[in-house]
Every structure is written in C-alpha cells, then in structure tokens.
Write a protein that binds this ligand. Structure first.
Ligand code: S3P
Length: 166
C-alpha cells in the first residue's frame, strides 16, 4: 500500500495513477470511492449533508480501504483533519506530495467540484494542515514546478523502489 497525501492541487490523483501504472498496482482515489458509495458528487455531499458528514464517511471509507488489498491510494486533502484517519496511517507507507500554496491554487482554483476552495481563509487552511501532513508522512516529495513524471520518479526513489518494473 502506498498512500498519497497533500493539499488540493498537489497532484495526488495524477501522480497516483502514473505510480500505480508503473508498479502494476490498482489506483484508488478515496473521493471516488465515497462518490460511488453515496451516489453523490463530493460537492453535493458537502451541500446536502455537510462537511461533518463528509468527514465521517471519508474516515470510514479510508479505514476500510487501508484494511483491504494493496493499492496506490490517494486521500482527499482534508482527510487528515479526522483523528481516526491520522491514527490509521501510522503504520502505512505515506507519501506527502508537498506543493506550495500558490501553485496548488493555480491548479484547482477554477474547479467547481472542490467545495473547500470556498473557505474564506484558504491560505490559513493550507497552513493549518501542514503539521498533520508532515507528521503523517514517511517521505516528502516536492512537487512544485515539477512534472507528474518527475514526481513519480522522486516518489519511487524516496521509497527505494527505483528499479521496480524496469
Ligand atoms: C478536500 C479535498 C478534496 C475532497 C473534498 C475536501 C479538502 O480532495 O476530499 O473536496 O478538505 O481539502 P482533493 O484533495 O483531491 O481535492
């Protein structure tokens, strides 16, 4: 299991997909699993059920996935706000995709599917999440100014898996 964490716009889904392809493992995005099980888009869950209910479903989904078969798993950027998720990640191979705020914002600013972008103090939210990301991460990979392929190579290197699949 490789778990990708990081703020919205860090590239968790793009990098995760490429990484999984390289390793011959399935790629799973926790938000997609939530959307499939709830039958609602993440944005709709926030609108109709609220963030607290989203976090509850998110934590249950992630702990379930961590107990399942090995995959490359990308978590939503706010997953670590739930203590249960932080606890479940302690023994996992967690990779932080570390993105500077400005670049994250550039990548996702126009996306209507990301309700947390409407948070009044978005840079404050970014700052407040950094400690939890750093604490959960076994390895940290810088993604700012780098292509998804470069990031994948760095992740493999950081995990000592450089030669896998080559
Ligand atoms: C969220 C990030 C989103 C998604 C939801 C909440 C957040 O995932 O889980 O909109 O709180 O940062 P991405 O990080 O994939 O955008």
């Amino acid at each position: 299991m490789i778990v990708l964490i990081g703020f919205m716009g860090a590239g968790k889904s793009t990098v995760g997909g490429l990484l999984a392809e390289h390793l011959g493992m399935p790629f799973v995005d926790s938000d997609e699993v939530i959307e499939a099980s709830e039958g609602l888009a993440v944005r709709e869950i926030f609108e109709t059920l609220g963030e607290a209910e989203f976090r509850r479903v998110e934590a249950a989904t992630i702990t379930g996935l961590l107990a399942g078969p090995d995959v490359v798993l990308a978590l939503g950027g706010g997953a670590l706000t739930t203590p249960e998720v932080r606890a479940a990640l302690v023994d996992q191979q967690v990779v932080l995709l570390d993105v500077v705020f400005g670049e994250a914002l550039e990548r996702v600013a126009a996306d209507p599917g990301r309700p947390m972008l409407h948070t009044p103090d978005l840079s404050g939210l970014y700052e407040r999440r950094q400690d939890a990301y750093q604490e959960a991460a076994r390895v940290v990979v810088q993604v700012s100014g780098r292509s998804p392929r470069e990031v994948v190579a760095d992740v493999l290197g950081a995990l000592g898996m450089d030669s896998v699949g080559e």
